[in-house]
Write a protein that binds this ligand. Structure first.
Ligand code: AHR
Length: 657
């Protein structure tokens, strides 16, 4: 009797052990692609927040170049070596130049140049030794004889480059001269010394480095664009974000004011200028040097589909929340129709012609358009319907993106979701700014999603950890790995999740308002956060079709701290498996590739990991956490996986034809 009991106990022990052993096998069915992954699956969210545009990716070094800031000499300093050396008076010619009314009228009386206007740049100017800088100015000599001595100056006052310029015409004319820097300094400034006796009008005082992206004059900062290009993004959303909406309707983003000659683009205050009292940025404006033309060009350059988001006639609901009455909404709709014409219209059309005049006769091939950013309530649905009717009637080829507001749950989310379903909407934007716990526990968010409903655009997301010091939500490894866990769920459900973008994208280390952010930069350097590398590992390994990946017949959504998703890439003939081990200890699994085809005996494992969940990248250690590749040997169709503690692992196995 006792013997039988012992035998039974032993048998059940072995049975449990066998089941446990069985469940340690991760199976990928490589012969049965489930559904396609959209080429737009992983993309970029760009918003001019944290000095992302002016002072960031837009390479202009002069702040307040057109004297339009609310304090017109903001960014500028007068230097006088003698008392009566000279003065600057801000004039306003709104009658003749409504989009760029202000300019500086400078009078001086000295032959040695004792009066100077000095520009501080955006928290200093990043100047590089040996680099050529293109200075330009619109000027009109009003009296006397005038010579401008242009000088680059280090933070310690030492001159590191100079050139001279003589404005010889009384009328407005553009003058240009190049300077080469003799030293590197992240905190340099630009001096304009006035020599001779007389007066001169100045506007659009500008300084660009020679090494812009693709060496385009007046272009973008190459290191920052390169970081974007390296992501191989499927799309780029622009211009935001709340900036689309404005704090009030008058300060909403109006794309028409951002195209054409830069000197005619009407500068406005940036909504993040005063948004956070503890992070006031009184010198934050939008020059629109990076406007809609440059945006379309950027998208084309980096192979991303453009996704413009336009105002739907609602100012930010966290601010004034004012709305345009429905009977006055037509100009907003017309803006959307005209943007489509600007992007795709023939060169004979009004807006298509402007595109061609700006240098791009070929269409930009716009396919998608977002209506409203983070709106909620019936007022959004009412306005969205009017937009959608008008846009779909004229442009059925354009896919519209609507949204469910700032939260991924709650009454407003539920309301918008129900209403947008009723409208048979195609693609709906959801935002998730949540804790790491939320991201880990929502990896299965779309597993049971209604397959007859709209497709998901995970348009803004980031894992937020409070109280991390400075900045208050650091881009720690914990935030990044929790996003990776969540993203396996997005990828597993790529039949319904069509687009995803982390937000926000950029932050200037000395001028940010919002954290966390994907990429940090200062005036000379930039680095990707661990979150950036998570985005990159998913994006460059996006594949073409989702495969099933299971443990014990179930998708891996956190069992034993493990999350997984898998894709097949028809172009490279590779099976790609993404596995997150969220545990503080290493884990082992057996990976079993189910296929009737032959596999290459060597696979590549790309691993992103850290033992310290509080670790982050920084200017001092920009690649503290970075992906590392190692070869993995297959045993037939099996791999023994050693998953390091707290790691994202991307395993790539080639199918041999
Ligand atoms: O990404 C920062 C802000 O977060 C965006 O402007 C807005 O859409 C969201 O609230």
């Amino acid at each position: 009797m006792r013997r039988n009991l012992l035998l039974q106990l032993l048998l059940s022990f072995f049975f449990v052990a066998a089941v446990a052993q069985e469940s340690k096998i991760i199976s990928v069915n490589a012969d049965k692609p489930l559904y396609p992954v959209q080429s737009t699956m992983w993309g970029i969210f760009f918003e001019d927040i944290n000095f992302a545009a002016d002072g960031g990716i837009y390479a202009e070094l002069v702040k307040n170049r057109s004297f339009e800031f609310f304090q017109p000499l903001m960014g500028w300093k007068e230097i006088r070596k003698t008392k009566q050396a000279g003065s600057a008076l801000i004039n306003n010619r709104a009658g003749t130049s409504p989009s760029n009314p202000r300019f500086a009228h400078v009078s001086f009386d000295n032959s040695n140049g004792t009066y100077c206007l000095s520009n501080a740049g955006f928290r200093g100017m990043g100047i590089k030794q040996g680099m050529k800088y293109h200075f330009s100015v619109w000027a009109g000599q009003k009296s006397g004889d005038v010579k401008l001595r242009i000088e680059l100056v280090r933070a310690d006052g030492k001159s590191i480059g100079a050139a001279t310029l003589v404005p010889d015409d009384g009328d407005w004319k553009k003058y240009e001269v190049d300077l080469t820097a003799a030293a590197t300094d992240p905190k340099a400034s630009l001096n304009i010394w006035f020599e001779g006796k007389g007066s001169v009008d100045l506007d659009m005082i500008s300084l660009f480095p020679d090494d812009t992206w693709k060496n385009r004059p007046g272009g973008l900062r190459a290191d920052l664009v390169q970081l974007l290009a390296d992501l191989k993004p499927g799309f780029i959303r622009f211009p935001g974000g709340c900036i689309v909406e404005g704090r009030e309707l008058t300060t909403r983003y109006q794309w028409k004011k951002t195209v054409g000659n830069v000197e005619d683009r009407e500068l406005i205050v940036n909504r993040w200028n005063t948004e956070f009292p503890h992070k006031n940025a009184p010198d934050y404006f939008q020059s629109y040097g990076l406007g809609f033309y440059e945006y379309f060009l950027l998208a084309e350059d980096i192979g991303a589909e453009p996704l413009p988001i336009l105002s739907c006639g609602m100012a930010c609901q966290f601010n004034t929340a004012e709305v345009v009455p429905l009977d006055q909404i037509d100009p907003y709709i017309q803006d959307a129709l005209d943007l489509i014409e600007f992007a795709n219209g023939p060169v004979t059309s009004k807006w298509g012609k402007l595109r061609a005049d700006m240098g791009h006769p070929a269409p930009f091939n716009l396919k998608m358009l977002g209506v409203g950013n983070e709106q909620w309530g019936p007022q959004y649905i009412e306005r969205y319907k009017v937009f959608s009717n008008a846009l779909k009637a004229k442009h059925p080829e354009i896919k519209l993106v609507s949204g469910t507001g700032p939260s991924p749950d709650g009454a407003d989310f539920d309301y918008a979701s129900v209403e947008l379903k009723k409208l048979n909407e195609e693609l709906v934007d959801e935002h998730y700014y949540r804790s790491p716990e939320w991201f880990f526990s929502n990896a299965a968010r779309y597993d049971k999603y209604d397959r007859n409903s709209y497709k998901i655009f995970a348009g803004e997301y980031a894992s937020h950890i409070p109280n991390t010091g400075n900045p208050p939500h650091k881009n720690t490894w914990l935030s990044a790995i929790s996003e990776a866990a969540f993203m396996t769920g997005l990828e597993r459900n790529a039949d319904v999740v069509w687009m995803c973008s982390y937000a926000p994208l950029f932050a200037h280390a000395e001028a940010w308002q919002w954290s966390p952010d994907l990429i940090w930069f200062n005036n000379l350097e930039s680095y990707g956060t661990p979150n950036y590398y998570v985005q990159k590992m998913f994006s460059v390994n996006r594949g073409t079709d989702v495969l099933s990946v299971t443990e014990g017949e179930k998708p891996l959504t956190g069992q034993g701290g493990i999350y997984a998703s898998s894709v097949f890439d028809k172009k490279s003939n590779e099976v790609i498996i993404k596995i997150v081990n969220s545990n503080d200890a290493a884990a082992t699994r057996e990976l079993n590739i189910k296929t009737s085809r032959r596999l290459d005996g060597k696979a590549i494992a790309t691993v992103l990991k850290s033992d310290d969940k509080g670790a982050f990248n920084s200017f001092d250690n920009p690649v503290n956490i970075k992906p590392q590749e190692q070869a993995v040997t297959l045993n037939g169709k099996k791999i023994k996986l050693d998953l390091p503690a707290s790691s994202l692992n991307v395993i790539t196995i080639r199918i041999v034809k």
